[in-house]
Design a protein. Structure first.
Length: 210
């Protein structure tokens, strides 16, 4: 079973729903160690994306979907979230350009490119208490699943589970990037909002994979 444009669109729609459902939670997490606008910004961005999905022309590929997401988030989301998530989707689009159907290996390419886009934009590494602490284990777990012959949904499930664990594991960390880094030890005990939203978005990919 490969995943095509219908899945990509469904993933984005479900991501928008999940972000809306967890908007207050994300605002609260960000208020504790940031400026409190993460949930609001992401919700606004994904709402704008959903409004544009119906404008995709017939014959669009998954890459076309992700490029639309990227340009919309970058143009509508304030703070760090727009550039970071926007770059992730833009790099993901490039990684699967020309592919109408995505197999397990293609999904690993997609996730890897998205993670690398965030690294490129944010200059963060694992352990810095950022969304990379969710994305990198997600990529690594997805790659292992694909190498083991797992199907597409299993690859996405591996990524989502690893991202959820990675997000939880940011709680004891001292932040080294972003606004949270100004807090030093006071950031310990709080979950990174970007890692949490990333885990929610990756879980949404599984939920609509059939």
């Amino acid at each position: 079973m490969t995943l095509g444009t219908d899945w990509a669109i469904a993933w984005i729609r479900r991501s928008a729903d999940v972000v809306a459902e967890h908007r207050v939670e994300l605002i609260t997490l960000d208020r504790e160690i940031g400026d409190g606008d993460h949930g609001e910004n992401l919700d606004r961005g994904f709402s704008a994306v959903v409004a544009k999905l119906d404008t995709l022309p017939e014959g669009s590929t998954p890459a076309d979907v992700f490029k639309l997401v990227a340009t919309t988030l970058i143009s509508t989301v304030g703070g760090a979230s727009g550039p970071l998530f926007g770059t992730a989707y833009l790099k993901a689009a490039g990684a699967v350009a020309g592919r109408e159907d995505l197999d397990s290996a293609s999904l690993v390419d997609l996730l890897t490119a998205a993670r690398d886009g965030v690294v490129l934009r944010g200059k963060a590494a694992v352990g810095d208490k950022t969304m990379i602490d969710a994305w990198t284990p997600a990529v690594d777990s997805a790659a292992r699943a694909a190498e083991g012959g797992q199907d597409e949904k299993s690859v996405l499930e591996a990524a989502a589970q690893a991202a959820e664990t990675g997000a939880r594991d940011t709680e004891p960390l001292v932040a080294h990037k972003g606004r949270a880094s100004y807090l030093g030890e006071r950031a310990v005990g709080h979950r990174d909002p970007g890692a949490q939203s990333s885990s929610l978005i990756l879980r949404a990919a599984v939920e609509v994979a059939g």
